[in-house]
Design a protein around this ligand. Sequence first.
Ligand code: HEC
Length: 260
Amino acid sequence: MRLTQAIIILLTIVFFSNNQNLLASGDETFKNLKPNFSFEGPFGKFDRESLKRGYQVYSEVCSSCHGMKQLSFRNLSQPGGPEFSINKVKEIASEYFILDGSDEYGDPIERSRVPSDRFQPPFDNKDAAKASNNGAYPPDLSLIVKARSDGANYIYSLLSGYEEPMPESMHIDESLSYNPWFSGSAIAMAQPLYDEMVEYDDGTIASISQMSYDVANFLAWAAEPTMEERKSLGLIVMGFLFIFLILMFFSVRRLFKDVH
Ligand code: HEC
């Protein structure tokens, strides 16, 4: 009996302890920077303005190499996300094109995208993507925050962490860039962000760290668009369990009041 109790307590501690550390890869040389995202913690919510800016960075910089195939334009207006107005989303979508159906001669018809369409992929297929990037494949970013341990902090660190000059002891291929946050410190993605590379619609100054923060925030939302809903449901469940616990406590006391 004691052993079972000990095992249950141990499992509970492991489950509720910060399991990021358990997931972190062994060869991690650098600890991720932590810019303190607003969505962290049980009450955390996404910063809407930052999500809007993050979309701007993705669409103006990253989307030339990385797709986000899980996202549709309409997601940009849904609650819990950047919450662009539906008219803005229509305007954004209409800047992209898609082949849809064929005409009477069997030739494909091109039309502009609408909110229900997916984001435009930058390349027709994997080989074309590799051919444009010296043989390296720029991964789809829809779920990248979930695919890397401590995802949002890692992406923030990676994007703002290109360093020059690299240590003299490092020797890397010319087609690669030095980035101490990437495993092996040599990455096939050249530094994508430079100060004031985008002009933010809301007037925020676009420093490298600001853009890295906003785009990492946007990618965190994209990987889990219903995070806010999940957290508020979690709080309701916890509240219910708490009330249930109190009720059970008094019922048990009453039931056993004559047992000595
Ligand atoms: C010119 C093309 C290009 C642009 C622009 C670009 N990337 Fe990349 N990215 C790549 C390539 C190629 C790789 C694969 C690198 C490798 O495997 O060495 C990559 C890899 C990544 C990775 C994965 C790193 C890992 O741990 O595997 C992330 C995250 C990423 N890019 C985010 C971004 C973001 C965010 C932007 C926009 C700010 C961006 N990239 C812009 C080409 C690009």
